[in-house]
Ligand binder design. Structure first.
Ligand code: AMP
Length: 483
């Protein structure tokens, strides 16, 4: 304390933050003092955090914010739901506000890359909330919607640009945005970015950003490909790791129900008779499967919608809004579409089909344990999925309790050791996954063509579609959880 004032950032700021400026907290502002105060963030940011109702930094925030304020690069191993957005957004806003940078047309100061439109949108929302007492402008650009308003906003000048790779490359190629003024570069959900075939796009974008910058890379998992990307982008980074898969899984009350494939729908209808299942997120492996389940539920009088990559952006947003507002009780999603969905109060996650990548299981069930809340995750397991269950249990380092008390329990499935990889079926599934990825890419390509034809829709450009196709021809290796 310094008399009437408390200095809430170090008196001498690192040179990367413009040297000796210091932000003072006066008596009036003490009402914004929370456990965040000691981290050294500017007062308007503390004010916004207090508005949000945050009182204590989450573990990733406590670990990441101090080194980021020192200007260090960061490798963050954390999932959505851990508070990682604020972990990178708050120091980023602090730095821009301390440097009092002006927004410039088409030349942002900070870039945040996100793999999906939903995640990009949510990051944009968070930035707007955290920057509400600062004069810092952030905007989000993504494909699937008209580029025109985005171009207009870029012309007006933004400090922070949040973007999906395809649309950003499009607008870079059309010279609506240049990255040579980027001081802070954030890559969010890097593992998913690579899973979705964005590696070439990410590299192209990174090459357009100045070498002298602060870089933060966040990833839920740390497969070798992400390690490689991190090594090429980060300079002597601090590595911060929170909530490894197993700990997130521990917060959720999990159960598995052994049920023949052809009884899954009946079981689902049976379970949904339980009124305590207020806001239910159901996962399927394929888009087609998601549509089928949503349709089945609608036919049985249960309000439901599906969200997946084949749907137009406004249909996805509508589905999400309906689910958020409580008008839609059940949302059926595929893994990729669900990435980054941040809906509070999801009472149950149901794995209608188990994922063949164990990490996806962890991501899925994490949707029902947002911001420290407990949640319930119910998994249906047919005979062919026994193997996947075994893989999942190995990853989360615990066995999932079996629920026998339901009308469709199958002892045959329960007693199967799950040691045999379901070869023919897996091929089919891989085929489905590939065609899912391909049709998504094709959809993006179609949109891109539409955009070139002046229809104002698009996600990628031709080069990007080609690079995605090239990527799809390589094996799409599943991301592996760090040991
Ligand atoms: P994220 O992992 O960034 O998607 O954040 C997950 C959720 O946690 C979001 O709804 C945030 O608003 C919320 N959140 C982030 N940080 C905190 C905090 N320190 N205290 C309470 N909620 C938080």
């Amino acid at each position: 304390m310094l008399g009437r004032y408390a200095c809430i950032v170090p008196a001498r700021l690192p040179s990367r933050f413009g040297g000796g400026s210091c932000y003072y907290l006066n008596e009036k502002d003490k009402r914004y003092m929370t456990d965040f105060t000691g981290l050294g963030l500017a007062q308007p940011i503390l004010h916004a955090i207090a508005d949000e109702g945050y009182t204590t930094p989450s573990p990733i925030q406590a670990k990441a914010i101090p080194p980021l304020l020192e200007g260090r690069d960061l490798l963050g191993v954390a999932q959505t739901g851990t508070g990682k957005t604020a972990a990178f957004a708050l120091p980023l806003l602090h730095r821009l506000s301390m440097n009092a940078v002006k927004s410039r047309p088409n030349q942002p100061h900070a870039l945040i890359l996100a793999p999906t439109r939903e995640l990009a949108g949510q990051i944009g929302d968070s930035l707007r909330d955290y920057a509400r007492h600062l004069g810092i402008r952030s905007r989000v650009i993504f494909g699937g919607v008209s580029a025109r308003p985005q171009i207009k906003v870029l012309n007006q000048g933004v400090h922070i640009l949040v973007a999906t790779p395809g649309r950003l490359l499009d607008l870079m190629n059309q010279r609506h945005v240049r990255l040579d003024g980027i001081e802070i570069f954030v890559l969010d959900e890097a593992d998913r970015m690579l899973d979705m075939g964005f590696i070439r796009d990410v590299k192209k974008i990174a090459a357009a950003v100045p070498k002298r910058r602060q870089t933060m890379l966040f990833s839920a998992t740390m497969p070798k490909t992400v390690e490689g990307l991190a090594a090429s982008l980060l300079n002597d980074p601090v590595r911060v790791e929170v909530a490894p898969a197993a700990t997130t899984a521990e917060k959720v009350k999990q159960s598995v129900l052994f049920v023949p494939k052809d009884k899954k729908r009946a079981l689902l209808t049976e379970l949904l008779k339980d009124k305590s299942m207020e806001r239910v997120l159901i996962f399927t492996r394929t888009k087609h499967g998601a549509d089928k389940v949503a349709r089945h539920l609608q036919q049985t009088g249960i309000s439901s919608d599906a969200i997946h990559g084949n749907k137009a952006q406004n249909a996805r947003q509508r589905a999400l809004n309906g689910f958020r507002s409580g008008n839609t009780r059940v949302l059926v999603a595929t893994d990729i579409a669900a990435r980054g969905i941040d809906v509070e109060g999801v009472t149950h996650v149901i794995n209608f089909e188990l994922p063949n990548e164990p990490e996806s299981y962890v991501h899925r069930i994490g949707r029902t344990a947002r911001a420290g809340a407990a949640g319930i995750a119910i998994s249906f397991c047919e005979l062919d999925e026994r193997y996947y269950l075994r893989d999942i249990e190995r990853t989360i380092r615990q066995s999932v309790p079996v629920e026998y008390d339901h009308p469709f329990h199958s002892d045959e499935i329960a007693n199967d050791p799950g040691t045999k990889k379901p070869k023919p079926q897996q091929k089919q599934r891989q085929g489905q996954r590939q065609s899912q990825g391909q049709s998504q890419r094709q959809g993006q390509q179609r949109q891109s063509q539409g955009q070139r034809q002046g229809q104002g829709k698009g996600e990628g450009n031709k080069g990007q579609s080609q690079s995605r196709r090239r990527n799809s021809q390589r094996s799409r290796r599943p991301a592996r959880m760090a040991a």
